[in-house]
Design a protein around this ligand. Structure first.
Ligand SMILES: C[S@@+](CC[C@H](N)C(=O)[O-])C[C@H]1O[C@@H](n2cnc3c(N)ncnc32)[C@H](O)[C@@H]1O
Length: 284
């Protein structure tokens, strides 16, 4: 029997469990079990008994709202994928836009220094390293659990032939972080925790993303404020900053960037759903 009836039943089960993209998720899980690309599923002869049992287990986990990336062990991000699992934030598609903006700025420079603050799995830093081979990339993260994933992913990308990035265990609320790069950074990117404390989030986030990766204080700006202060210290004149934010925070982040007097050309950028998603600016 082809996999099609299994996929249809599994997708119904996930939809009933409230999963946002049930068909995509069952196709990803089936392709994972069969060891084929998702586009090749139509050609698959079917599951053998062991594969079918494995598929059913994964679907049951997904129905319990375990993130599909945890079940696959990987998250796709631009032209790379990174290892993810318990203890690290799963990189999101909207963040690919922030990374892409930073990559387009850095790609025009001869030997750019790029910093990724709140690096988590390292998705942004490693995507920059992959797409801008002449960049020196620094990834900063404070959480020991996330750092383990970040170091693993950095090693993996270096083994794949990308220029090694530097991983720094540091707190981005400390204005002395990366002090050796003061006034030298060309591009600084950050996807900080920015959901206001207590805001409702789906089970995938509440139960599987680390809280410190998601929640940014009572107003959601507790990490963004010091990140802007640190960007003001680290960027060279003419350097660029890009910071992802909650879709309610475009005006607040623009005001914070304007407030210190260091940044000009402050702009906000929408995500693929048209929601305000990241702010950019240039250092004087
Ligand atoms: C929203 S996640 C972003 C991860 C990754 N950059 C991405 O886009 O997928 C935020 C990350 O910031 C880290 N973080 C939170 N507060 C921090 C701090 N004060 N200093 C350094 N990292 C911090 C969290 O541990 C988490 O890994």
């Amino acid at each position: 029997m082809s996999v099609a009836p299994h996929l249809a039943r599994a997708a119904e089960r996930l939809a009933a469990a409230g999963v946002e993209s049930p068909r995509t998720d069952v196709e990803l899980l089936a392709a994972h079990v069969l060891g084929v690309a998702r586009g090749e599923l139509v050609l698959a002869a079917g599951f053998d008994p062991a594969q079918r049992a494995r598929f059913e287990d994964l679907v049951a986990s997904r129905a319990r709202r375990v993130p599909v990336q945890h079940l696959l062990g990987r998250a796709a991000f631009r032209h790379i994928d990174v290892a993810v699992g318990p203890g690290v934030f799963v990189p999101r598609p909207e963040t690919e836009l922030l990374a892409g903006w930073g990559i387009s700025v850095a790609a025009g420079l001869p030997a750019p220094i790029v910093v990724d603050l709140c690096s988590g799995s390292g998705a942004i830093a490693l995507a920059v390293g992959h797409e801008v081979p002449n960049a020196r990339v620094y990834a900063v993260e404070s959480d020991p659990g996330a750092l383990a994933w970040l170091r693993r992913n950095a090693t993996e990308r270096a083994e794949e032939g990308d220029r090694p990035i530097e991983v720094d265990a540091a707190d981005v609320t400390d204005t002395d972080a990366l002090a050796a790069l003061t006034g030298q950074v060309d591009v600084l990117l950050c996807n900080p925790p920015y959901v206001p404390d207590g805001a409702a989030v789906p089970p995938e986030v509440a139960d599987h993303d680390p809280a410190a990766a998601v929640f940014g204080g009572p107003d959601g700006l507790a990490v963004i404020r010091p990140v802007i202060a640190l960007a003001a210290v680290l960027l060279r004149p003419g350097g660029a900053v890009g910071i992802e934010h909650d879709d309610t925070h475009a005006a607040a982040v623009a005001a914070l960037l304007a407030g210190g007097g260091r940044f000009t050309r402050i702009e906000d950028h929408a995500d693929l759903a048209g929601r305000p998603r990241f702010a950019t600016a240039m250092a004087d």
